[in-house]
Structure formats: structure tokens, C-alpha cells
Design a protein around this ligand. Structure first.
Ligand code: ATP
Ligand code: MG
Length: 319
């Protein structure tokens, strides 16, 4: 945690500490767009940046730590910081209540469940609610959407916008969407977004990855590749955690899991708890008729519980 809430410092600020423009350009190309991003990175990671020797990395680290000193906060200071967390509405009051108000900025929320439980519909609903005023359950910000399954639909955003009385065209203008083609590309897109978030300071309130694992399942299909897959996935999740803290935005991940015992046995050890880096985890399942049920599986600040919701033309709503 940094000690103050000064605005996000661009990596360019390292020049004040004697770091050359060329080295700063190298950092930026590798996805380190802010001083805090450099502070959060390990020396080992920074040494992997093309053209940065260990000696240079040491200098860069010292410069970054000087600009952005990392030290202890008092509990009271932490409480002040928590007050700045924004809760973005899911569209369903009961689901919001389960989450303590909605999807939180500054950390990762993951929803997982079977097909057709509403993970993609929830993602679309958040695309709109994130833009609403804070007193309407919004985050007054833009949204970045990484689509790994080709299921982003502008028309869905439009109908959801109409429900909330938002101009559909304006709602679409505030969402940037990228289709990820493979798991490496997915990581490249995340790196590019970090740079974008730094450029447009404070503009983005939400980053969605729908779904986090689909491409990893394709790229690391063999049994023997499970540990490679887990390693790459963990790197991505830790990158996402840092982005959520660096830019105080909410990260929303979806993840399809099979519910039948056979299927889970088949994927044993791989798929049951894949995105455990997520701070908040919500399990979604089908309920009676059109009803869907959300179960809070893991949360740093809310008790376990359940909520019901339904999928409508206007997005996620109370059942
Ligand atoms: P998967 O794991 O396959 O990606 P998912 O959890 O993302 O599934 P969604 O695509 O969010 O599932 O939800 C699909 C459900 O949303 C379907 O039951 C469909 O009937 C419903 N749905 C989609 N569009 C609309 C709409 N315009 N109006 C009402 N319901 C809709
Ligand atoms: Mg989906």
C-alpha cells in the first residue's frame, strides 16, 4: 500500500529521479505504465524487460520507491481508504446485498458456474451499471471487456442501457472490447489495458474478463500441462490483482465450471478452484424455472449466503 492517495504517477515521473527516457520507454513497452506498477513488480520481473540490466533495475527500483514510498498504514488510515471503495450494482438488489453492495473496486470478483447461469449476462449488465452515478449504484466510469469466447453483444448493452435510462449509444461508447485469441494474447491485452488505464487516469472503473480460463483450457489441454497452465494463470491473476489496486478499478472474472460429479472428476485438481486469487468468489447455479441462485463462496468481508436473481432483456434483476 502506498502512504498517500496522490494521483496515479506515470512512469515518466522516474525521469525526475535520473532514469533515462529510453529506459522509461522500455518499461512502458513491457506494460509498466505507472510508478506504482514498478514498485509492485519484483526485481526478477523487471530484469526480464528487454534492455534492462540488474544494475539498471536496482536504480529504477530505488527511484520508484522514492517517488512512491511503501510503508505501514495505521488501521485508521486503512479505514479511510476502504471508504473510497465503490460498489457497482449487479442489477439485482438481492445479489448486491449478498456482495455487501455490489462488485467492489480495488479487488477481484469471480463468478463461476455452469453454462447458462448468467455469467455473460451479468458481465453485460455491469458494463452499463458501472457507468451510472454512484448514488444509483454505479461507478461513473468506463469499462474494458476482454471477450475470450466471442459472446460480447452490443445489442445486449443497448437493451440494458434502456432499462437504466442511459442513452444506448453513449453506453456503448464507454465500453472498450477486445477479443482474445489465445491465452498469451489475453495477457497482452491485459498489459495493453494497464497502459490505457494509466493514460486515461481514473476513467476506467471496471475490467471484465469473460471468461478467464476458456483459452487456457484450449492452450494447455494435456494432463501433463496442468502445472504450466496453473503457473501462467497465476501470473495473470496476480497481474490483475495489481491492476485493481493500481487503478482502483473493479476486476470481474467469469469462469465456467461443470457441475456433474463425473465432469469434476475428469478435471480433478485443475478446474475446481482455479481462480483462487480472487478476493470474492460467487458460485452461480440454476434454480427453479427461470430462477438463478448465487452463493457467496468466499469473501474477505461478507458472511456466506445466497441470493436469487433472473436474466431478463434488461439484464440481471431480482427474481
Ligand atoms: P456460458 O458458461 O455458456 O458462457 P453463461 O453463464 O455466460 O454461460 P449467459 O450467456 O450469461 O450464460 O446466459 C444465458 C442465458 O441468458 C440464457 O438462458 C438465455 O436465455 C438468457 N438470455 C440471453 N439473452 C437474453 C435476453 N435478451 N433476454 C432474456 N434472457 C436472455
Ligand atoms: Mg458466457
Amino acid at each position: 500500500m502506498s502512504t498517500d492517495d496522490s494521483p496515479i504517477l506515470d512512469v515518466d515521473a522516474l525521469q525526475q529521479q535520473g532514469i533515462s527516457a529510453q529506459d522509461i520507454a522500455k518499461l512502458r513497452t513491457a506494460g509498466y505504465a505507472t510508478v506504482l506498477g514498478v514498485v509492485q513488480a519484483t526485481r526478477k520481473c523487471l530484469t526480464k524487460v528487454k534492455g534492462l540490466s540488474e544494475i539498471k533495475v536496482d536504480k529504477i527500483k530505488t527511484a520508484a520507491n522514492t517517488l512512491c514510498p511503501q510503508t505501514f498504514l495505521t488501521g485508521a488510515e486503512c479505514a479511510l481508504r476502504r471508504e473510497k471503495v465503490i460498489f457497482i450494482s449487479t442489477g439485482s438488489a438481492s445479489l448486491d446485498a449478498l456482495l455487501g453492495g455490489g462488485v467492489q473496486t480495488g479487488s477481484i470478483t469471480e463468478v463461476y458456474g455452469e453454462f447458462r447461469t448468467g455469467k455473460t449476462q451479468l458481465s453485460h449488465t455491469l458494463c452499463v451499471t458501472s457507468q451510472l452515478p454512484v448514488d444509483m449504484g454505479g461507478g461513473e466510469g468506463k469499462v474494458a471487456f476482454i471477450d475470450t469466447e466471442g459472446t460480447f453483444r452490443p445489442d445486449r448493452v443497448k437493451s440494458i442501457a434502456e432499462r437504466f435510462g442511459v442513452d444506448p449509444q453513449a453506453a456503448l461508447e464507454n465500453v472498450v472490447v477486445a477479443r482474445a485469441h489465445n491465452s498469451e494474447h489475453q495477457m497482452e491485452l491485459i498489459t495493453a489495458l494497464a497502459a490505457k488505464f494509466a493514460e486515461e487516469q481514473g476513467a476506467y472503473r471496471l475490467l471484465i474478463v469473460d471468461s478467464i480460463l476458456a483459452l487456457f483450457r484450449i492452450d494447455y489441454a494435456g494432463r501433463g500441462e496442468l502445472s504450466d497452465r496453473q503457473q501462467k494463470l497465476n501470473q495473470m491473476l496476480s497481474r490483475l490483482t495489481r491492476i485493481s489496486e493500481e487503478f482502483q478499478c473493479a476486476i470481474f472474472l467469469t469462469n465456467q465450471v461443470q457441475s456433474s460429479p463425473d465432469a469434476s472428476a475428469m478435471f480433478a485438481g485443475g478446474d475446481k478452484k482455479p481462480a483462487h486469487a480472487s478476493a470474492t468468489r460467487v458460485y452461480l447455479r440454476k434454480g427453479r424455472g427461470e430462477e438463478r441462485v448465487a452463493k457467496l463462496a468466499d469473501s474477505p468481508d461478507m458472511p456466506e449466503g445466497e441470493a436469487t436473481y433472473k436474466i431478463t432483456v434488461g439484464g440481471i434483476m431480482d427474481a
